[in-house]
Design a protein around this ligand. Structure first.
Ligand code: NAD
Length: 242
């Protein structure tokens, strides 16, 4: 049995729900330069363009549904502690809301959320479903200083203290659908493993940091992760399937 299971998800887990991954040829990200829409400098250069980019992404979420991989993680979070004790924590790099829609209680959104907004004037972060623009007013301080609540390249991810604490204490670390290119998330496995956790990656292919893991399970997360969660809920452990 594991005392503390930590899962890190990336864009790959939402790919089968129809949300393009970072580096897909058809994705929104491919149509725009990262430095223009995912850096603070880009926002300062053209706020209207950056608001429009995230408005489009937020709108595109409206017809998206969680897939079996999101649902399996929500089931694991609920049923593993009931059956075997211990804890299951979910950290996501994703800015979509599919973990919540699947029933996950409190995924840690380290890179922010499309369904949230941040006020640059008063620092408030709150739930937000509409389109934002340079003239949108903060609901708290009424300044026209809203920006997408997204952690851009060069900015500090949210909840890093909590995440570090989880990583050093966990005994099973699973990374799902993440390329291992974006730091600090790409370094999470290395820290968890140094602290004694068994580390398993789920991906279509070996990620950039595959050698940091004990082993990987390759294929679509909607199949591989569902199988692994079934095994965890049945036996309490994960057998080596590499
Ligand atoms: P990434 O796009 O760099 O990598 C996605 C990984 O998922 C790849 O390694 C790919 O092989 C794998 N993958 C694709 N389909 C899969 C499937 N069906 N099953 C298992 N694995 C699959 O994504 P990243 O590592 O998360 O980094 C990109 C950054 O961009 C993140 O920080 C995230 O904030 C952001 N982003 C978020 C979303 C979202 O919220 N859904 C989408 C795109 C990008």
């Amino acid at each position: 049995m594991y005392k503390s299971i930590v899962i890190l998800t990336g864009a790959g887990i939402s790919a089968e729900s129809g949300i393009p991954v970072f580096r897909s040829e058809t994705g929104l990200w491919e149509q725009e330069k990262v430095e223009e829409v995912a850096t603070y400098e880009g926002f300062m250069r053209d706020k209207t363009k950056v608001h429009a980019f995230y408005n489009k992404m937020r709108t595109s979420l409206k017809d998206k549904k969680p897939n079996p991989a999101h649902l399996a993680l929500a089931k694991l979070e609920k049923e593993y502690p009931q059956k075997f004790g211990g804890s299951v924590s979910l950290i996501t790099q994703n800015i979509d809301n599919l973990h919540e829609m699947a029933g996950s209680e409190a995924p840690i959104h380290m890179h922010g959320e499309l369904m949230s907004i941040l006020c640059e004037h008063c620092g408030a972060r709150y739930s937000y479903q509409e389109d934002s623009s340079v003239v949108s007013e903060c609901a708290m301080c009424h300044h026209k200083a809203l920006r997408p609540d997204i952690v851009w390249f060069g900015e500090m991810p949210y909840h890093m203290d909590e995440i570090q604490d989880l990583l050093v204490k966990c005994d099973l670390f699973m990374a799902v659908g993440t390329s291992g290119v974006v730091y600090p998330a790409a370094g999470f496995c290395s820290l968890a493993r140094q602290c004694g956790a068994t580390c398993v990656e789920f991906n279509l292919e070996k990620s950039q940091v595959a050698s940091d893991f004990n082993y990987g399970i390759y294929g679509k997360a909607s199949v591989t992760l569902v199988k692994a969660v079934d095994e965890l809920l049945e036996k309490g452990t994960l057998s080596h399937q590499a």
